[in-house]
Design a protein around this ligand. Structure first.
Ligand code: IMP
Length: 220
């Protein structure tokens, strides 16, 4: 990878979140807010190439995204890849969650397709979980953590908050879909929050040492 930047420090404590999705970025920032880092997203790097999410698993996709962005920018990079795994559909949509209803599918298209695929499946069998893998890539480390949140897929959408499949994902202990929860509650119990809370000690360690995980990058 070509290099035009070398530094031993990252004084602004910058961490890139490898997403252009404002919904994800908002949630990740909220859960990590106590770390007092400067969070950047791919919106801050308009010249970076699109990264094809062509891995066979969400782990592969998360590591690929974080590695490529780290190599381009030289900054430590955190990438999230998430899949909704529905038991009665053999784990689908899984790694295809974002394009379940097609390459240009909207959140609503994907929810509609899921409802169609699950038509007639009775409640006890409508179990599902979100699985999120976070990958942190720095100059010399690749660290992954995982978070899983169990729930049920409703037969109709409920709630206005959140994004993606949130209006269909009902969490039994709270009697609400993710989309009916206040963001504060979702950010305490979600798959993403669980994975991020496992990642926090690694981030604290990274940003408390002199070596902030920088390598040489093309865009900085
Ligand atoms: P990605 O590949 O990690 O960007 O996510 C795949 C798809 O899963 C997204 O397009 C959303 O539709 C869905 N998704 C990811 N995270 C969540 C979530 O927290 N709630 C609901 N849907 C989500």
């Amino acid at each position: 990878m070509g290099c035009s930047f070398r530094s031993a420090t990252n004084p602004k404590k910058q961490l890139i979140i490898a997403t252009r999705n404002p919904d994800k970025f908002r949630e990740i920032r909220a859960v990590l807010s106590d770390l007092k880092l400067e969070f950047l997203s791919l919106i801050d790097f308009p010249d970076l190439p699109e990264i094809e999410e062509d891995g066979q698993t969400i782990e592969e996709n998360a590591i690929k995204k974080a590695t490529e962005i780290h190599n381009h920018t030289g900054l430590p990079c955190l990438a999230d890849d998430t899949g909704l795994e529905v038991d009665s559909l053999g784990g689908a949509p899984g790694v295809y969650s974002s394009r379940y209803a097609g390459e240009t599918a909207t959140y609503a298209d994907n929810c509609r397709k899921l409802l169609e695929e699950m038509e007639g499946i009775p409640y006890p069998q409508r179990t599902a979980h979100f699985r999120c893998v976070m990958a942190l890539v720095t100059k010399n480390k690749v660290i992954t953590t995982e978070g899983v949140c169990e729930g049920y897929i409703l037969t109709q959408m409920r709630g206005q908050n959140g994004f993606g499949y949130d209006p269909l994902f009902w969490v039994e202990p709270y009697g609400k879909t993710f989309a009916e929860m206040e963001p504060e509650l979702k950010n305490r119990i979600s798959h993403r929050a669980i994975a991020l809370n496992k990642m926090k000690p690694h981030l604290l360690n990274l940003f408390s040492t002199e070596d902030f995980g920088l390598c040489s990058g093309k865009f900085k």
